[in-house]
Design a protein around this ligand. Sequence first.
Ligand SMILES: Cc1cc2nc3c(=O)[nH]c(=O)nc-3n(C[C@H](O)[C@H](O)[C@H](O)COP(=O)(O)OP(=O)(O)OC[C@H]3O[C@@H](n4cnc5c(N)ncnc54)[C@H](O)[C@@H]3O)c2cc1C
Length: 358
Amino acid sequence: MMEGDTVKVAIIGAGASGLMLSRILTEMNISYTLFERKKAGRKLLASGNGRCNISNINIDSNSYLNNSFAYNLVKNNQKELFDLFKKLNIYTYSDNEGRLYPISESSQSVYNILTEKINNIEYITINEINKINNKYYLNKIYGPFDYVAITIGSNASINEEYSYNLLDNIGVNYNEFRPSLVGFKLKEKTKEISGVRQKCLIKLLDNNKIIYSEKGEIIFKNDGISGICIMNASAFYNHYPNKKNILLSIDFLNGIKYNSLSSVLKPDLLNYINKYNLDPTNLIFNIIDTYDIKNAQVGYGGISLNEVNNDLSFKKDNNIYFGGEVLDCDGVCGGYNLMLAFCSAIVISRSIYEISNK
Ligand SMILES: Cc1cc2nc3c(=O)[nH]c(=O)nc-3n(C[C@H](O)[C@H](O)[C@H](O)COP(=O)(O)OP(=O)(O)OC[C@H]3O[C@@H](n4cnc5c(N)ncnc54)[C@H](O)[C@@H]3O)c2cc1C
């Protein structure tokens, strides 16, 4: 850029990633327009049941299901993110599993902070980007822009048509989104215990071999099962190559011997176990599949990581960036997906700032 030129950025998608990017660009005094097809911050507002589990102080390779790109992206920017929270007056606390929440325990308060300085938002779906004389024009109307950040998320948890015309239009390779962090549909009927919640140890078995285990609370549904440990197991399951014949084993007693189970198990669950003569330390269910993407908290799939540089710019056109869930990265429960969306915003803003100040 020449001295005196004002950089203009188009941010497509006002979710966690796009909102954080807008807020950082505001702090950097970089001009932008934010484009949103429907409702800004919808998933951010729904996160953590409205309590907003915004990040996690712990991270290891399992946090992003062995996706080293996602792990490095977050690991290298986690400290900067936590400093940024402080700078933005997003004060947090962490629970004993490292999950970070705003002290308000309100996603609305985080949304309010991210949006308080946004004054340039257009409610429209962007389907097309054209490049003319090194400047970008969106839907042939909006522009010129020097940079475009695409933070359009996935169709997880969305009960309507969701189009990826924009990605087709710019010619980037992406994989279809599939559900991650979702419940399992089970072959056995669970209607009798629908709504029952119980703490337990779950295991996924492939030919009697334990391929996944986690402790946590499960919730039975009419035809399946959910809960945080189940959602994490579903993410593992969906990345697992051979899904045939995977069984779910549930241990409600966790190694402890009780003379009576009356005060240990919820009454409906105890009746169910007694009625069908089941083993409370090894209740076996056949997994049919996970529930579909509209029931999932996160989608896995999206823009192939070999299409992007480490600064999240598009290899075929370095002035276009991708951030958040639209990338082929997904994390387990515990704040990892918002942390990825926010860290993407940090990386994109840093790259734009450095290039435009050269
Ligand atoms: C119920 C629920 C609870 C969750 N809880 C947590 C939690 O506690 N912790 C956690 O870490 N994660 C949680 N997640 C996941 C997390 O919210 C998402 O991973 C994160 O919001 C993704 O951010 P994003 O900015 O990449 O995408 P999104 O938040 O999905 O934002 C994308 C935005 O782009 C817009 N858009 C799409 N296409 C276009 C277009 N062509 N033109 C213009 N705009 C477009 C969309 O309308 C949307 O507003 C939860 C998700 C759900 C659904």
